[in-house]
Every structure is written in C-alpha cells, then in structure tokens.
Design a protein around this ligand. Structure first.
Ligand code: AP5
Length: 227
C-alpha cells in the first residue's frame, strides 16, 4: 500500500567526499527539520564495535579507505530504514555510494511509495578535505562533531551538547586513508551526481564556506524540496 503524496516522509540524500560536511550538516538538519540522520559510516562503525558478522567483514575495508561491499551496506541500510523513527523522514549521509546502491535505494523506496525529494551534492576542493578530516574529533557521549580549528567546543575538552569530557578520533582519519577515500569517492560515488541529475532531483551547494553559511543554504533547499 502506498501513502498519499502529501504525507510521504521526506527522503534527502547528501553527496560529497570525505570531509565535505555531510555528517555535520545532517545533524543540523535533523535538529532543524525533525528528520532522522542515517549515516552508513556510523552504522558500520557500530557494527564493527559490536563485532557482528557484517562488522567483521567491514573493518579492514574501512581501515584501508575502500568501500564496504554493496551487499553488506544495503542490508544495513534496509534494516535501519524499516525502523519506526524513519517515518519522520530521513537524511541519507554517505549512502548511496555506488550505482548498485542507488538502484537498490530506488527499489526500497518504491516498495513504500516514497520518492527522493533531493540529492544534494556538497561541492568542495579535495585539498581542503585532508585538513578538515585530520582535525576532526567527536564527543564519545553524544556523537557531536568538532574540529581542532573550525569548530571548537565553547569550553575546551567539554561537549557543548551533553557535557561529556570524553572525545574520540576515527581510526580512518589519517592522510593515507583519506587519500584512498577520496579516490573511492571520485571513482564510484561522483558518477551519482549525473544519476540524480538525470532524475531531476539533483541540487548543488558550495560547501567551502563556513559551517553556518552552508547550513543556511541547505535549509533553503530542504524547505523547497521537502515542504
Ligand atoms: P563515512 O563515515 O561516511 O565517512 P566519509 O564519507 O569519508 O565522510 P566523513 O564522515 O569523513 O566526512 P563528512 O562529509 O561527514 O564530514 P564531517 O561533517 O564529519 O564512511 C567511512 C567509511 O565507511 C568509508 O570509507 C567506507 O569504508 C565505509 N562506508 C560508509 N558508507 C558506505 C557505503 N554507502 N558504501 C560502502 N562503504 C561505506 O566534517 C569533517 C570535519 O570538518 C569536522 O571536523 C567538521 O567539524 C569540519 N567541517 C565540516 N564542515 C565544515 C566547513 N564548512 N568548514 C570548516 N570545517 C568544516
């Protein structure tokens, strides 16, 4: 059974290379619009930490900067999309990343009569991405993201959101792995810009500005694409 077009939950996709700001912006959109951030990177890191079969298979691939198999990622995404909170609408952060994943998403959404409201490409320069990724850290308590230079907590070492003093850095945030992740993006994910352009849902945004400037531009797109 399909729902009426006016009541369908929004589906937004954020495309962009490592460090483009997908996670940062998805969290801000989640707060502003009441949508749910679905990060396949976060879901995979949780699977690795939990030691599931999928996590065991993904671990070494993620450490090398390559892409985890479509089969594993699609299964993880499918399960997460079926959870009740996703009825509020979702922001896909880091998915799809290959043509196979994009087609699988189309098939999943068609089962529920949903459509993609917008696929938004965060346009950035590769050179700046290494600096962004190398300086990134997150709160171990709530996952809020920070940066050594670009986004520091108000009180050094203390999360603005939850007050935790435990911060962590990702194992794959080193220059060598970032280079592999950038290469994977250009080879396998960037072609999706054309895929969504052909579907008429592509939007592009300059993501080289400050975090709040990019957020304002994205909010304007979301208000139009998912009113
Ligand atoms: P994933 O976790 O998705 O990582 P990624 O795509 O490489 O993206 P990042 O999280 O590094 O960057 P981001 O764009 O979210 O930037 P952020 O907002 O944090 O994937 C990790 C791995 O999992 C992959 O390599 C792959 O192995 C696997 N994987 C995941 N999904 C997969 C899939 N679908 N298929 C197959 N494999 C998959 O910002 C970065 C930093 O910059 C932060 O510190 C932030 O504060 C700062 N910042 C953000 N915006 C700005 C700005 N405008 N100005 C200055 N600083 C900024």
């Amino acid at each position: 059974m399909t729902t009426d077009v006016m009541t369908r939950p929004a589906v937004l996709i954020l495309l962009g290379p490592p460090g483009a700001g997908k996670g940062t912006q998805a969290r801000m959109l989640e707060e502003s619009f009441g949508l749910v951030q679905l990060s396949t990177g976060d879901l995979l890191r949780a699977a690795v930490a939990a030691g599931t079969e999928a996590g065991k298979a993904a671990k070494s691939v993620m450490e090398s900067g390559g892409l985890v198999s479509d089969e594993i990622v699609i299964a993880i995404l499918r399960d997460r999309l079926a959870e009740p909170d996703c009825a509020k609408g979702v922001i896909l952060d880091g998915f799809p990343r290959t043509a196979v994943q994009a087609e699988a998403l189309d098939a999943l959404l068609s089962e529920t009569g949903q459509k993609i409201n917008a696929a938004i490409s965060l346009e950035v320069d590769d050179d700046a991405m290494v600096t962004r990724v190398a300086g990134r850290y997150t709160c171990a308590g709530c996952g809020e993201g920070y940066h050594d230079t670009f986004k520091q907590p108000q009180k050094a070492g203390t999360c603005d959101k939850c007050g935790s003093t435990e911060m962590k850095r990702r194992a794959d945030d080193n220059a060598e792995t970032v280079a592999s992740r950038l290469a994977a993006y250009h080879e396998q994910t960037a072609p999706l810009i054309t895929y969504y352009g052909d579907k008429g849902v592509l939007q592009k945004i300059d993501a080289m500005g400050q975090i709040d400037e990019v957020a304002n531009g994205l909010a304007a797109i979301v208000k139009t694409a998912a009113p």
